[in-house]
Design a protein around this ligand. Structure first.
Ligand code: AMP
Length: 542
């Protein structure tokens, strides 16, 4: 084999920030701080401070491959920690503060975090955790001296003091691109959470692919506000994608309510944003209540759970925003598919285009994807037959940290746990999480399809479909729904709304109205909790 003669330069994440600092030096990074005020600086400043943080870590005794935890919202300091840590060869470990303290303690212990940096509004949580996590030697409060929390935690340090003590005279080291850069634990609906360990190479390749025109279509002309947290699968890659392209970044901090987000969208002239459906549902409800419109937002990427078609429509028709569906998972860095129409779809009617847009999207080059039946046989891409979705690629996990759970691969493919169809144009559509499908009379009913229909009813704010045990059919669907404030709708009205939209045997057997639906720490509907609370539910006629 004749070897090519290109330079042997490893793909290392620090190069992304260095690139932005050199060639987009005055492009802004804006943050709503936990302390209150809006903070703004540039990529040049971000790199300078990330280098100081890398020096500070070394002074604290952190060496390459050590894990540095974060318990923090989206902000410029969190970005500095991402790069300072990974840039010096250590591993940034993002912790989800919405998990129960016991789960966080388990994860911190499993990851063997040596240092944890935290946002000051999470100080009460840190105070609870510190005694349970004796191996953590330092807790760094991400603030200045004036705002240090009054908590009793051993090894408490002040972020601004730490970096002020360093010179910033530091060159990012070069090392093997296969070195670990970031560790993120899956939400794990059963058993303990498992760690997914990304490499520098996988992270840079993912950032390249995610920037493509049929994916985030990122550029130096975009202003990106990631609502998705930096602790949810690397913020879907945005902290890497934005500097790669020199896009302006806007971080919302801990204020994820409709009012605060809308204010930032407008004042910072945001063009592109990304988040889970629940965030958009509350933002859109806020905007509707106050009769507001977007001035600059053109695209809203939605993923993490299925985007209700009614929401995609509302974005487009009421706000002129293209709501793009993306799918992925922690084990995939996370992106696998993204929904952008092809040229041939231009000729279609709006309704037919919409039928394509509600799917989870086309696979991104770099990821390979197939659906298989129960025997592992690949199924046709006909958009009808559904099977278990399998993926492989350079930013898909090959196994969990410390070998937890054994070898997850099947013949070199990662089983996603999702059930999906793929159509002839390559558009994938999730019909369910395999654990959530409703099994009726030996056939499967898609809970997502039922939820989408329920949420298209004008009086319904949010809905979940779950299987309830049935003596004859094994399971039958129940809709658990929240009414919009002030809306009038009965069980019969909602059931009637399903008529003609689905096969007769998919018709839900009953509707239960509730005030609230349970969500997981990453904002997904927690079907597990819901199934537990409805486990003794009696369907009519049983
Ligand atoms: P996580 O690793 O927490 O991000 O969860 C990944 C899982 O979320 C996937 O396996 C899917 O079940 C679900 N998911 C992510 N994106 C979507 C989407 N666009 N539509 C439906 N489900 C999704």
């Amino acid at each position: 084999m004749l070897r090519g003669l290109m330079m042997d330069q490893p793909l290392i994440v620090s190069s992304l920030l260095s690139h932005a600092a050199r060639f987009h030096s005055d492009t802004e990074i804006v943050s709503r701080t936990i302390e209150g005020p809006i903070h703004r600086y540039t990529y040049r400043d971000a790199e300078a401070r990330a280098k100081r943080f890398a020096q500070a870590l070394a002074r604290l005794g952190v060496t390459q491959s050590d894990r540095v935890g974060t318990l923090a919202w989206n902000s410029y300091r969190h970005l500095e920690i991402y790069y300072g840590t990974a840039g010096m060869g250590a591993v940034v470990h993002t912790l989800n503060p919405r998990l129960f303290p016991d789960q966080i303690t388990y994860i911190v212990g499993h990851a063997e975090d040596r240092v944890i940096a935290f946002d000051i509004n999470l100080a009460p949580l840190v105070e609870k955790l510190a005694s349970q996590c004796p191996a953590v030697k330092c807790w760094i409060a991400m603030t200045d001296r004036a705002h240090m929390p009054a908590i009793n935690v051993p090894g408490l340090l002040c972020y601004e003091e730490l970096i002020a003590a360093e010179s910033g005279a530091f060159e990012w080291p070069s090392f093997d691109e296969y070195a670990a850069t970031c560790l993120c634990y899956t939400s794990g609906t059963t058993g303990n959470p498992k760690g997914v360990l990304y490499s520098h190479r996988s992270t840079v390749l993912h950032a390249y692919a995610a920037s493509l025109p049929d994916v985030f279509a990122c550029s130096a002309r975009e202003v990106i506000l990631p609502v998705v947290p930096m602790f949810h699968v690397n913020c879907w890659g945005i902290p890497y994608i934005a500097p790669l392209n020199g896009a302006k970044l806007v971080f919302p901090g801990a204020a994820l309510d409709g009012k605060s987000l809308y204010e930032l969208f407008e004042t910072e002239q945001v063009t592109l944003t990304a988040g889970v459906p629940t965030v958009w549902l509350s933002l859109l409800a806020y905007m509707k209540r106050h009769g507001l419109k977007f001035s600059t937002v053109r695209r809203a990427v939605v993923g993490g759970s299925a985007a209700p078609p009614a929401m995609i429509k509302e974005f487009r028709e009421l706000y002129g925003v293209e709501c793009q569906h993306a799918w992925g998972m922690t084990e995939m860095s996370p992106l696998g598919t993204f929904n952008v129409l092809k040229a041939k779809h231009r000729a279609l009617s709006r309704e037919s285009q919409f039928a394509v847009q509600v799917k989870q999207g086309r696979v991104i080059y770099g990821v390979d994807m197939k659906i298989v039946d129960a025997d592992g046989k690949a199924l046709a891409h006909d958009g009808v037959g559904f099977g278990d979705l399998m993926v492989r690629g350079p930013w898909v996990t090959s196994g969990y940290f410390k070998g937890e759970g054994g070898d997850p691969l099947v013949d070199g493919w990662f089983p996603t746990g999702d059930v999906a169809t793929i159509d002839a144009d390559g558009f994938m559509q999730i019909t369910d999480r395999s654990k959530d499908v409703i099994k009726s009379g030996g056939e499967w009913i898609s809970s997502i399809d039922l939820e989408n229909i329920a949420m298209a009813h004008p009086a319904i704010a949010e809905a979940a479909a779950i299987g309830i045990a049935h003596p004859k059919w094994d399971e039958r669907p129940l809709i658990v729904a929240i009414k919009r404030p002030g809306a009038m709708v009965t069980r019969e009205d909602l059931l009637k709304f399903f008529e003609g939209k689905i096969a007769k045997w998919w018709m839900p057997d009953d509707v239960a109205f509730v005030a609230e639906l349970p969500h997981t720490a990453t904002g997904k509907l927690s079907k597990l909790t819901l199934r537990q609370s409805f486990k003794d539910y009696k369907l009519p006629g049983t």
